[in-house]
Design a protein around this ligand. Sequence first.
Ligand code: G3H
Ligand code: 13P
Ligand code: ZN
Length: 284
Amino acid sequence: MSLVPVSTLLQEAQAGGYAVGAFNCNNMEIVQAIAAAAEAEKAPVIMQASQGAIKYAGIEYITAMANVAAAMVSVPVALHLDHGTSFEQVMRCIRSGFSSVMIDGSKHSLKDNIALTRRVVEVARAVGVSVEAELGKIGGTEDDIHVNAADAFFTDPEEARVFVRETEVDALAIAIGTAHGRYKGEPKLDFARLEKIRSLVNIPIVLHGSSGVPEEAVREAIRLGVCKVNIDTNIREAFVDRCREVIDEYPDEIDPRKILGPAREAAVELIREKIRIFGSSGKA
Ligand code: G3H
Ligand code: 13P
Ligand code: ZN
């Protein structure tokens, strides 16, 4: 299959009461792991690349790998730009073949975030690419956006209503207490806020910083309307932990395949587990 827009997958998820996993990738093994996990679970899946991942792997490699992965599996696959911060970056991804983009204007004022997002929506819509935007600040470190946990602030439901109406964006990332990277304590999600946002906003809602969020909290967020769940850190942990284990066990190993192969397997298992939690298993 060729790459599909994220909006197509999320509309079905919203109607079906489940969430599609959006997994960050930056190398071939992780792309292969995402594809293999989705195929094994018969689940639609989103591969996403951050600006950092694009810088690391090269936009041509990312696009080519995702296209090959999509062609080799029977389930729908989307390729999404994660936390794009500029109009130009978003355009480069669209031109390169991404089927979906995120424009993260959350560091701007509401007015400027609306203007930037609207500009992206107008262009993306014309070429069949879907757009995710962000309102409120998610804790942690993102490309070009550094937010201290203390400074992070949650999405205002009324602002969300206005934002979606003005931008006509396809999906909205919200801040309800999650953070990117590893949590120091257990994250506490503001479910009442999520419910309020859901009552005012009818488009698919996206949960970022979902690694390390307790399984029950993720399920509850999905029950309350989250349709896309972003996972990066947990994949990195599974992948690198396995690399370390192999290197510790076989310190003389010099064949990268003997290290990266098991790491890829560990990533497949982790992603399959997430897909099952999100309820998208068997939904392809
Ligand atoms: O949301 C952030 C993602 O985890 C991407 O992280 O910028 O290190 O690639 P990165
Ligand atoms: P985690 O790294 O916390 O899973 O966050 C991923 C994310 O939100 C990517 O946009
Ligand atoms: Zn994110």
